[in-house]
Design a protein. Sequence first.
Length: 325
Amino acid sequence: MLTTLLLVLLTFLALLAWARALRALAEAHGLQSVGVPALAAPTTPAAPNQKSDLSNQKFSALLVAAVTAGAAGLFLYRWLVVHRAWQPVSAHVDGLLLIAALLGGLVLYVQARPRITGFAAFALPLLALVLAWAICAAHFTYRPFALNTLHPLWHLLHLASVYAGTALAAVAAVAGTMFLYLERRLKRRRPLPQPIASLEAIETLIIRTATLGFALLTLGLVAGVVILFDAPADAGPLPVYAYAPKLALATLAWLAYALVMNVRHTSSFRGSRAAWLAIVGLVLLLATYGLVTGTSSHGDATTTPTRDQPSAISHQPFANSREVL
């Protein structure tokens, strides 16, 4: 129950940070729309609005830092206190917490760079969505992973690579959304809020994060295939062919990021096409997670720990039951 309550609090803080970031972006746009040129020195009446804009940005950054620290702290709490096992990711909620912590840290890092201003207003809704999903994974659809089917190092490599790669894929998708929004406004000759990142800087961010995400997803995909085909036949409740949709979606996402990674070497997928590929790749990854949740909750009641049954991934009774979350 503690995990759920803390996740609700973190989700609220993420939404509040998003509201502050949107307000800062709107005030910056308002300064330009009332006639303050982007390259000109601000006039005296605009100074209070610019101070308010800076205040909103700083407060939003503080909230994002609090959410990031909270997600990281809750992840460590579940690892060291709840599960009491060396495996840090023992359930889907742990992976979502890892994504939230990494995504929050990446948002702070990107937003602090002078060339990528305005990024938080586009990224924080996704951070709030990940935390809201973690609430569902902790309270409504909680199922521990079956981590006893193969050598634990393969599981650690698979889970850590996939979740960390998803965090980088999320940054690429957010940058893609930001690119498409700014490009659309430029094509319609509408004014842009200032300061805001250039399309070139956003495209560079898409390529770099997609490249890192591609490398991690490759490791996770290879480890997942090894786990799937080398595990004993009676280790899981589903046959091997039942996991084909997951492999298909994961492979499609992998191909999407492979194309984005090679954008610099071809003109066919630059600009908006690279942005769309980054967004589609993240959607495919989220669909894969949805299939994982659905299949793990189907016919897997024998692996779920109860009050009278110790967890398969911990030597402590009730370590993975929902009552202690």
